[in-house]
Ligand binder design. Structure first.
Ligand code: ASP
Length: 328
């Protein structure tokens, strides 16, 4: 047993400025982050596993429509939801991930099933949805995942897509929307989502979990970095646990999570320095916008990002006050 434990989580990175916020909206985000943090931290405090802590924290964020995961997942170009999730156990480097799931209420639970109940690491739709059903995980109809503001984001992205991308099947945007947007100032180009958590438990084990609806207006069957072990999610007791958020194509190309682990393992960098090098010196120059949460085997926490903001929170046994922040 060690004496330190820590949990850090994120609810997405992007152009999140005080100007784009109302006090009510900011309060709602802060409360949701604080609630997920408290759920995961309680698991660690009573000697539970890092794996359980990150899964439960992510489940709480998946159930909150504010975040782009589970219930609040963004729309694909075709107007449906395809969700990705992954988790990894730093003790054994066991991992499980799902891509493109459409009916599972909590994709992170399906990822854990893949890890614990199959011989595989990565399972796609429709097999992943079937596995979840076979094991009795709650599933939901498409309406459960419908949120008006995500729908409006899709309409805006589709309209922009006609100008700058080759979305040959662009939908019409002439139809009036049912209600005004809850978040009228959000920029759908820049706003990214995804939720994730990393933890160190009292037994010295690390774990990471990430869950996302992907990116608004994505082509169907597109897979981002979140469910790819080593890119958006990674954990190894010898180095660190990482969960990323940002423009997935760049995180895939930069193999972000594993690169940070490698800098610690092979170059002896501290967690903070390894994160800084990857997020600011390697990712940003190729155009990769976003950030991540990280924890190492000593309970150090890092929450770097190169975007305007990142919904984030952490709490450690060394400094027991919960920290919740949104902007730089
Ligand atoms: N990284 C996610 C993806 O590309 C999106 C995000 O983090 O907002 O699917």
């Amino acid at each position: 047993m060690t004496t330190s434990f820590a949990l850090a989580l994120h609810g997405g990175a992007g152009t999140i400025s005080p100007q784009s916020m109302t006090p009510e909206k900011e309060q709602a985000y802060r409360e949701a982050l604080g609630e997920a943090l408290a759920i995961g931290y309680a698991v660690l405090q009573r000697g539970g596993s890092a794996l359980d802590a990150v899964e439960l924290a992510v489940r709480s964020l998946e159930d909150c429509p504010l975040f782009n995961a589970g219930r609040g997942a963004v729309f694909t170009h075709e107007g449906h939801h395809e969700m990705d999730a992954a988790l990894m156990d730093g003790r054994t480097r066991a991992a499980g991930a799902v891509t493109g799931v459409r009916t599972v209420q909590n994709p992170i639970r399906a990822a854990r099933l893949v890890m614990e109940k199959t011989e595989h690491v990565l399972l796609g739709y429709p097999g992943a949805d079937e596995l979840a059903r076979q094991h009795g995980l709650p599933t939901q109809p498409a309406e459960y995942f419908f949120t008006q503001h995500r729908y409006e984001q899709l309409q805006e992205a589709l309209a922009e897509g006609r100008m700058r991308l080759d979305h040959s099947e662009a939908l019409t945007t002439d139809a009036p929307l049912a209600e005004p947007s809850a978040f009228p100032n959000e920029d759908p180009k820049k706003k990214m989502g995804t939720v994730g958590a990393v933890a160190l438990d009292l037994h010295g084990n690390l774990a990471a979990a990430t869950s996302t609806g992907g990116m608004t207006n994505k082509q169907h069957s597109r897979i981002g970095d979140s469910p790819i072990i080593g890119a958006g999610t990674f954990a190894d007791n010898r180095t660190c646990a990482i969960s990323c958020t940002g423009h997935g194509e760049f995180f895939l190309r930069a193999v972000v999570a594993y690169d940070i682990s490698c800098l610690i393992e092979y170059r002896g960098l501290s967690l903070a320095e390894a994160c800084r090098v990857v997020v600011h010196d390697k990712l940003a120059p190729i155009g990769g916008e976003g950030g991540l949460v990280a924890v190492d085997a000593a309970g150090n926490v890092a929450l770097p990002f190169n975007s305007e903001g990142m919904y984030r929170a952490y709490q450690t046994s060394a400094n027991a006050a919960p920290f919740v922040a949104i902007y730089q």
